[in-house]
Design a protein around this ligand. Structure first.
Ligand code: SF4
Length: 141
């Protein structure tokens, strides 16, 4: 590898994201993948396998059944891994807080690094959170 490539390798980074979305949770990321916000140009790449992912985006209300699968996804991710919770339903149960089968506190089931409240969260808030992840990765070098 040339000296220039090594330098570029230190500067250019991408975070690979695995999405775990329930219900309208998927709608929370749609604006980010569209042409207006286009998260890939910032190096935020969605991957299809949790074993390849650095970050877990978790959105939508989580049921007692789905959180078990989310936990399996989390356990397959390599260290260091980051969990980002998007939206009120994910974080606290939101408008489903009194439902018999939704969880009320995500961090009781999965360690959460960042919370982005909203219904749904604004794309700017997601970018700011990802900016902090990039900063964190940079500081780890
Ligand atoms: S926070 Fe809003 S957009 Fe997200 S899952 Fe709940 S109701 Fe849907």
């Amino acid at each position: 590898m040339s000296e220039k490539s090594k330098k570029l390798g230190k500067i250019i980074k991408a975070i690979w994201i695995f999405n775990w979305f329930n219900s309208c949770g998927f709608a929370e990321l749609v604006p980010l993948v569209g042409s207006r916000w286009d998260m890939e140009r910032f190096g935020m790449i969605v991957v299809g396998n949790p074993r390849h992912a650095d970050v877990l985006f978790i959105a939508g209300y989580q049921t007692l059944k789905s959180i078990k699968r989310a936990r399996l996804v989390y356990e397959q991710m390599a260290e260091p891994r980051v969990v980002l919770a998007l939206g009120c339903c994910t974080i606290t149960g939101g408008m489903y807080w009194d439902s018999y089968n939704t969880i009320k506190k995500l961090s009781d089931y999965i360690p959460v690094n960042m919370y982005i409240p909203g219904c749904p969260p604004r794309p700017e808030a997601v970018f700011e959170a990802c900016g902090k992840i990039f900063q964190h990765v940079k500081e780890m070098d």
